[in-house]
Design a protein around this ligand. Structure first.
Ligand code: ASP
Length: 344
């Protein structure tokens, strides 16, 4: 009996010690959470022969500046949504890309902007189309997601909403640049314009420069965003894939976050961003395989071209394109920066 009592006391003391030690053990085994970010600045005929060293440097610097803004937000523990939005703002404010300032011109010689953003945690999304005075269309998409009961607002209604939200509005002339006037004139003078064929190289190559960003934050939340002026010489209120959730932009914490760039009509018909997520979800494919199937197989089979950037829930990064080049940059979960333009 005495022995039994002694054994019970020893067991109790051992258990109590283990309990007291537990919190410390937990802290020791805690893993560092991966976070990463990827951006694109459009896919198309981006080849070294068409670049000057100055132009190359300007693109490199802007891509690096933009991605570092988003990465700093993630590093400090900020949300992937904030990282995506603030990174895209830098690209929208740069005349180098087809978004915000420097967006391509419509047939009428004005700018009509499309943008969208999606939260992988809640599957909430916001999108705006055809706006002419909102300085940063991605901010409008975010406000639609955060403060309206809707997902997508268009044209003058979207602009009224932006005004009511106190967003920065600018005169339409703010967006217009010389190089995009030249691009419009070139397309209008081309044979393709007269035959209204989208297949002509002049038209195909006049649209690249759309911007997008996807990110995974320290809380394991994914987000994606895309902003564009669409296609040079577009008319009749043409809308591409960029503001369409599932086509140009998609994020889901269970799978991945995707932002697309390329020939929008084909990206809409292939529901590209959601298809990549669905291949992971339903078929169990890894991100790289899912992205390759859609970008290298399904889109070209229809006759389209372009590229995507994506991150999965583990922080794996994919930048897949079937065009000669795609402006892109990433910072992976080890903090390594990569910048690319051409096919490596
Ligand atoms: N996808 C965009 C659109 O069709 C253009 C692009 O990404 O280059 O509007």
């Amino acid at each position: 009996m005495k022995n039994l009592l002694l054994l019970a006391t020893i067991s109790f003391l051992m258990l109590s010690c283990k309990k007291m030690a537990e919190p410390e053990t937990k802290v020791e085994v805690q893993q560092s959470v991966p976070y990463s970010i990827v951006i694109h600045g459009g896919a198309g005929s981006i080849i070294k022969e068409n670049m000057t060293p100055e132009k190359e440097k300007a693109y490199q610097q802007k891509l690096e500046e933009a991605i570092k803004v988003g990465y700093a937000i993630l590093k400090k523990g900020g949300t992937s949504l904030d990282a995506v939005q603030k990174t895209i703002n830098i690209l929208e404010d740069s005349p180098l890309f087809n978004a915000g300032k420097g967006a391509v011109l419509t047939y009428e010689g004005i700018n009509e902007h499309d943008a969208s953003i999606m939260d992988g945690k809640t599957l909430k999304a916001g999108a705006s189309t055809g706006t002419k005075t909102v300085k940063n269309p991605i901010n409008l998409a975010r406000a639609i997601m955060d403060t309206s009961p809707h997902v997508m607002l268009s044209g003058s209604g979207a602009e009224l909403f932006a005004k009511e939200q106190g967003m920065e509005l600018v005169d339409p002339s703010y967006f217009v640049t010389e190089s995009k006037i030249d691009a419009l004139n070139k397309v209008k003078a081309s044979k393709a314009n007269k035959t209204a064929s989208l297949y002509d190289a002049d038209i195909k190559d006049s649209k690249f420069g759309t911007v997008g960003c996807v990110a995974l934050d320290k809380n394991g939340n994914l987000a994606a965003g895309t902003s564009t002026g669409g296609m040079t010489n577009k008319r009749w209120g043409r809308i591409g894939d960029s503001p369409i959730i599932g086509a140009g932009t998609y994020a889901n914490n269970n799978t991945c976050a995707v932002s697309c760039t390329g020939w929008g009509e084909f990206f809409i018909r292939s529901v590209v961003a959601h298809d990549i997520s669905a291949l992971m979800d339903y078929k169990g494919l890894p991100l790289k395989e899912a992205a390759q199937d859609v970008v290298q197989n399904k889109i070209p089979k229809l006759g389209g071209d372009g590229g995507i950037i994506a991150i999965d829930k583990y922080g794996n990064i994919v930048m897949e394109f079937n065009t000669p080049g795609m402006f892109r940059a990433s910072i992976d979960h080890e903090g390594e920066l990569y910048i690319g333009m051409y096919k490596d």
